[in-house]
Unconditional design. Structure first.
Length: 124
């Protein structure tokens, strides 16, 4: 699921292509996005929490990327599910925050999304 959603984000926001990393990043030269997925519930229609941390030296660029991601992943209740790879999903914003990390001198904007999803054709 997380690879399909990562690929979906990169396809819809081309400037993020190759900038999304699982769990952590060591790229301190420019913008990076770290993603983490935590399962919330199982069954036929699963639910997971997707955490995205936008990390970069320029606050305004981080905010622009945040806005693009929210526009993409904060779906209205009546929006259809998105088909990305073998995953059908629907997501909405569930919170977040922002800090300036003094250690690496980078802004970090965190956004959480609740993702309802299932594999297409019942495949795992």
């Amino acid at each position: 699921m997380y690879i399909d959603i990562k690929n979906y984000i990169e396809s819809k926001i081309p400037e993020l292509n190759g900038r999304l990393y699982p769990v952590y990043t060591t790229d301190t030269e420019g913008l990076s996005i770290v993603y983490k997925v935590s399962p919330s519930s199982g069954g036929h229609m699963k639910q997971s929490q997707l955490q995205l941390i936008i990390i970069g030296p320029d606050y305004d660029i981080c905010k622009q990327i945040e806005s693009s991601i929210i526009d993409l992943l904060d779906m209205e209740e009546d929006n259809p599910f998105v088909l990305a790879g073998n995953t059908c999903f629907w997501s909405s914003v569930a919170g977040g925050g922002e800090i300036f990390n003094d250690g690496c001198q980078m802004h970090e904007i965190t956004r959480y999304f609740i993702v309802d999803w299932r594999k297409r054709n019942g495949s795992e």
